[in-house]
Design a protein around this ligand. Sequence first.
Ligand code: KG4
Length: 336
Amino acid sequence: MQKIKILAIETSCDETSISVVENGRKILSNIIYSQIDIHKTFGGVVPEVASRKHIETIDGVLEESLKEAKTGLEEIDAVAVTYGPGLVGALLVGINFAKALSYAINKPLIGVNHIEGHICANLISNKDLEPPFLTLVVSGGHTHLVVVKEYGEYEVVGKTRDDAAGEAYDKVARSLGLGYPGGPLIDKISTEGDRESIDFPRIMLEKDSFDFSFSGLKSAVLNYQNRMAMKKMDYRVEDVAASFQEAVVDVLVKKTIEAAKKYKIEKVTMAGGVASNSRLREVMEKASKERGFDFSYPPGILCTDNGAMIGCAAYYKYLKNEFSESTLNAYPNLKI
Ligand code: KG4
């Protein structure tokens, strides 16, 4: 079998990542430079700072990635890059870098949708996984339930109408004074809290809808804090965090399982930063097992933004000759 090596670039938010992926599912290198320590000071990602940092680091990340993959540029068959959704300036750094590389080595350019990349992380971590399968994509910017019908063929059956799950985690963490990014901090602190202590709302929306809404839950946490402050009553941050998390996990798991039943799909997967959440993994695993569904998810390093997932998605486009023009642009609101 011919070995196709794709060099894949991801700069949609605050990670500069370049990977070399062989035949879509084998990672030869996956270098991720995270800017999180810089953005932490501001309590969130500052777009202009992110773009500048990508420019500063991308050369070094490429060099390291090729070194780790023990691959020279002459062995690369295509250059893939995320072209949306994401921060426009950050995306443009990766896109222009990819265009220059593809031109220099005279190999095709492949634009990849970031959400498609997240979904494809599952194909790397679970080598037996084949479509059709269902993916719950939960990250800082997205919450989508996607049916993967075929390689590269997707049907979005539900999405958030307001905040993304990760965004809710980050905002609640901020109001609890926990810091940024909030997801991992709430995950950790929740293990010491009572998840049944506060009955936060589970917003399920209309019957049969697979859409999500987390802004009401976020407000409910704020209202709880305000009420307690007005009554001059103390509360345990661990309990609020654990109860909030339980409400998020409850909704995510129920909707995912219902969607799997409705669309008659027996393989359930997850993707995106929030898919690293320990409680979400535990509850989803249990619920899937009860219904006899196969459940798998990528390791943390493939849940966060990374180049390898982009290389995987690009491979299936390569097989179908789905190449991009050198006029490829950034689309901050690109849909899947
Ligand atoms: O996929 P990602 O790295 O970036 C994009 O948004 O594309 O996701 C980052 C999000 C942040 O909101 C972060 O708080 C959340 O994922 N996150 C978590 C956990 N780890 C990261 N949320 C809950 N539990 C975690 N363990």
